[in-house]
Design a protein around this ligand. Structure first.
Ligand code: 13P
Length: 248
């Protein structure tokens, strides 16, 4: 059985002081969680968050990673740096990075390989835009993005990959994919993984849903057989809201 994983993506929110307070408030609320619990904070918050969550069931994640080990890449962070700062997870290829920061399927692939080789768990995001869904391209887009992102990894390395299906039209909009839509598209992603890595790897990999997931809709989504967790934006910024999702 796949263990569910609920991860908060704080995006560009919370100063170190606010971040430490948020995880302090969160610890007692999620201590009995049946799923893996991750907070992907801004890099500037790692040092404040890490000592607070030490010894708890909350794990630390980053929101991006560069694919080179070191060098003249102003503003970037390497996988080893993230690990040294206490990160176990890293989000890669979020649609906001694809839309606003020139992230491509190629760079998503390079970052995923770098993260996994360094021993991080990669949360790789895929998802279609609104017009792509309306034109009937959803399956094609998510299959292509998934296979491109994971190209070059072995089936064993896939054990350190989580895929997040985030329909772009559902992010921060209050619109959620229906339980059935999310389940169906995640099933397509799992098939794309089966083609490339075999049925066993596909049956093992955890695939999250993301896009306006919150306390009021988490139960229905998590009841779907293909959905193994959530990547949570807005509802991860308050301890009580995030705890409601984690304790679905
Ligand atoms: P919202 O939960 O705010 O829609 O954001 C989802 C997301 O992008 C998580 O990565």
């Amino acid at each position: 059985m796949r263990k569910p994983i609920i991860a908060g993506n704080w995006k560009m929110n919370k100063t170190p002081e606010e971040a430490a307070q948020l995880v302090k408030d969160l610890i007692p609320l999620v201590k009995d969680a049946k799923c893996d619990v991750v907070v992907c904070t801004p890099a500037v918050d790692f040092a404040a968050v890490k000592p607070v969550i030490e010894g708890t069931n909350i794990k630390l994640g980053a929101q991006n990673v560069h694919f080179k080990e070191s060098g003249a890449y102003t503003g970037e962070l390497s996988a080893d740096m993230l690990k040294a700062a206490g990160c176990e997870y890293v989000i890669i290829g979020h649609s906001e990075r694809r839309q606003y920061f020139g992230e491509t399927d190629k760079t998503v692939n390079l970052r995923t390989i770098a993260a996994v080789k360094a021993g991080l768990k990669a949360i790789v995001c895929v998802g279609e835009m609104k017009d792509e869904r309306e034109a009937g391209y959803t399956d094609m887009i998510v299959m292509y993005q998934t296979q491109m992102a994971l190209h070059g990894l072995t089936a064993e390395e896939l054990e350190n990959v989580i895929v997040a299906y985030e329909p772009v039209w559902a992010i921060g909009t209050g619109l959620t994919a229906t339980d059935e839509q999310a389940n169906e598209t995640i099933g397509v992603i799992r098939k794309a993984i089966a083609y490339k890595f075999g049925e066993e790897a596909a049956a093992k990999i955890r695939i999250q849903y993301g896009g306006s997931m919150k306390g009021s809709n988490v139960k229905g989504l998590m009841a779907q057989p293909e959905i193994d967790g959530g990547l949570i934006g807005g509802a991860s910024l308050k301890a009580a809201d995030f705890a409601q999702v984690v304790n679905f």
